[in-house]
Write a new protein. Structure first.
Length: 105
């Protein structure tokens, strides 16, 4: 338990120190963000231009069976979608109307 309290106290003091020295903290965090942003830009911009793309030697092949399965799935979904237009749904915001037989039960 004392270890947790020590960590808690340290974090409280750290927050107060950062709050008292907000301008230097801002500049330190700002420059860290610039350095990190520069590194990411260098890695994904300059280094990406130097690397040659890999050439795939095997040409792409069209898979007819997979295409047919996808088309069948689309057709079944389209049929289900069109069936919903014909179906009548009850109004959820209106209480059901009871018939006289249901009232006597």
């Amino acid at each position: 338990m004392s270890k947790i309290k020590e960590i808690k106290e340290f974090l409280k003091r750290l927050v107060w120190i950062i709050g008292k020295n907000s301008i230097p903290t801002f500049f330190i965090l700002f420059f860290l963000a610039l350095i990190l942003g520069g590194f990411i830009f260098y890695k994904y911009s300059f280094l990406a231009e130097r690397i040659e793309p890999q050439i795939i030697k095997k040409p792409l092949q069209f898979k007819e069976a997979l295409c047919q399965k996808i088309l069948e799935e689309w057709q079944t979904r389209q049929q289900r979608f069109e069936e919903t237009e014909l179906k009548e749904y009850s109004n959820l915001f209106r209480p059901p109307v009871l018939t006289p037989e249901e009232l006597t039960e």
